[in-house]
Ligand binder design. Structure first.
Ligand code: FAD
Ligand code: SF4
Length: 478
């Protein structure tokens, strides 16, 4: 309950001047050897104290900062009134996966970056409040959780390719519109990157499963181990299987390598393979689980994004003595979330900045090290970031027995090759307009397969946009 005055009414004290409420975390030494979640989340008291910092601005700029325009001011207002269930309802009317987004969204670049309080003070910890409310909802029995109203059955059937955030968000929205929805997922577990990529210590898997459980409760059917493009083509879904529309949310999970000598040595992983083995196949429990993973003693991770940070921190937890992060720019240019960079450093990941691998060295087929070159920053490129340039005669050696390449991903061509009518970009992503409409009638696409690797919330936003367009398509006069 929030603080109240003598009459029992909530007190709007000048909490906004108070510093942001910290969130308790597992100590770094404990984290290094455990896949348990790092942050503990707010207690009810901490969450309400933080909510009281919100100014309830007449012009709440935080909402514009959120890619899916969650009514942040209103859900915080409900918390200030002590109506947490009401707050969950406001939040979930825009975001079906608040416990996920509260943990992984880059709020510091989105809603919190736009919070008025941030001009002179710390912004309201919107992400942590979102996490608190999402967890509160998930802590209830399934039949007591906040659930959306469902429209009467429309008799229309929609197929969704991929069960990542875009597919899940699209499915949830379509179910609300009254359509029969089937998700086809190529892996044996639903959730996309949320289950195979982002590690347990950042996003517990039972929490993702609980969010998906609610979708199933709403009537969404999930069929795993089906590869669209192989098991069925898109055309077959529309003709033989009788679906009225298809949404493609197949992500951009095909790993990219650097193309340098030695990348085929034993001990070189793509980040996706390494993380999938550990997160999805629970290789850290081998031989109790079926899938092994090479446990490196000295591990070099190449890259500077969230995927690199997750790989480095996972390697530490598998028992590596030393983990180096090799990145060609400086820490300031790293695309990873600041919080993840901070956690990686606290846990002991060593950052080797301004250097780039030239070759993976090996002996008897196994990795023994990296030859790298020093870099310096030159002129800004088209993205505004300064371009790294090799420093002449600056090659040096890094001793390691494992190399994890986290230098990006791209679209898997398997699905699009079996759908010749689908227009693609030069890089193999699906061309779709603002409504997620593709070049094939009745086929919509969104998330990473359209934008390239992006974020959970953008993928979810695309899924919801597509659902509205699909609803109009299947209900149109024929
Ligand atoms: P995905 O999540 O990739 O899901 C696509 C699904 O489609 C997969 O399950 C795949 O198996 C399935 N599929 C593919 N092809 C087929 C087919 N032919 N037939 C059937 N199924 C198919 N974003 C953040 O906002 N915050 C973070 O902290 C963050 N950390 C990340 C860490 C890692 C390691 C990675 C890899 C990504 C991270 N991201 C993060 C990015 C974010 O996870 C993605 O942008 C988001 O998951 C994209 O969602 P999606 O639905 O488009 O695709
Ligand atoms: Fe509250 Fe910040 Fe939004 Fe204003 S901008 S309503 S202070 S969260």
């Amino acid at each position: 309950m929030p603080p109240v005055d003598d009459t029992g009414a909530p007190v709007r004290h000048r909490a906004s001047r108070a510093p942001r409420t910290p969130m308790a975390e597992r100590p770094a030494a404990e984290r290094r050897v455990s896949f348990d979640e790092v942050g503990f989340g707010y207690t009810a008291e901490e969450a309400h104290g933080e909510a009281m910092r919100c100014l309830q601005c007449p012009n709440p700029t935080c909402i514009d900062g959120c890619p899916v325009h969650i009514d942040i001011k209103s859900f915080i207002a409900k918390m200030i009134e002590g109506d947490d269930r009401g707050a969950v309802e406001v939040l979930k009317s825009r975001n079906a996966l608040p416990a996920v987004c509260g943990r992984v969204c880059p709020q510091e670049e989105q809603c919190e970056a736009s919070c008025v309080l941030g001009r002179k003070n710390d912004p309201v910890a919107i992400g942590r409040l979102e996490r608190f409310l999402g967890d509160l909802d998930l802590s209830c029995e399934l039949d007591r959780r906040c659930r959306p109203e469902l429209a009467p059955p429309s008799g229309k059937r929609v197929a969704i390719v991929g069960s990542g955030p875009s597919g899940l968000a699209c499915a949830g929205q379509l179910a609300q519109f009254g359509h029969e929805v089937t998700i086809f997922e190529s892996l044996h577990v639903a959730g996309g990157v949320l289950v195979y990529g982002i590690p347990e210590f950042r996003l517990p898997k039972d929490l993702v499963a609980a969010e998906i459980e609610m979708l199933v409760e709403l009537g969404v059917k999930i069929v795993t181990d089906v590869v669209i493009g192989a098991t069925y083509t898109i055309d077959e879904l529309m003709t033989d299987e009788g679906f009225d529309a298809v949404f493609i949310g197949s992500g951009a999970g095909l790993p990219v390598f650097m193309g340098i000598p030695g990348e085929n040595l034993n001990g070189v992983y793509s980040a996706n393979e390494f993380l999938t083995r550990v997160n999805l196949m629970r290789a850290y429990e081998f031989p109790a689980s079926d899938t092994p993973v090479w446990r490196g003693r000295k591990v070099a991770v190449v890259g500077g994004g969230n995927v690199a940070m997750d790989s480095a921190r996972t390697a530490l937890r598998l028992g590596a003595e030393e983990v180096f992060l090799v990145y060609r720019r400086t820490e300031d240019e790293m695309p990873a979330r600041k919080e993840e960079v901070h956690h990686a450093q606290q846990e002991g990941v060593e950052f080797k900045m301004l250097c780039s691998p030239l070759e993976v060295r090996g002996r008897d087929g196994f990795v023994t090290g990296l030859t790298a070159t020093r870099m310096e920053l030159g002129e800004p490129d088209s993205s505004g970031r300064r371009t790294p340039v090799c420093v002449v005669d600056s090659d040096f050696e890094i001793e390691c027995d494992t190399v994890i390449m986290a230098v990006g991903t791209r679209a898997n061509p398997l699905l699009s090759k079996a759908a010749p009518g689908l227009e693609l970009t030069r890089r193999g992503y699906i061309v779709a307009d603002d409504e997620c409409t593709t070049s094939m009638p009745g086929v919509y696409a969104g998330g990473d397969i359209v934008t390239g690797a992006a974020t959970v919330i953008l993928a979810m936003g695309a899924g919801k946009t597509a659902a509205r367009a699909i609803d109009a398509w299947v209900r149109r006069e024929r």
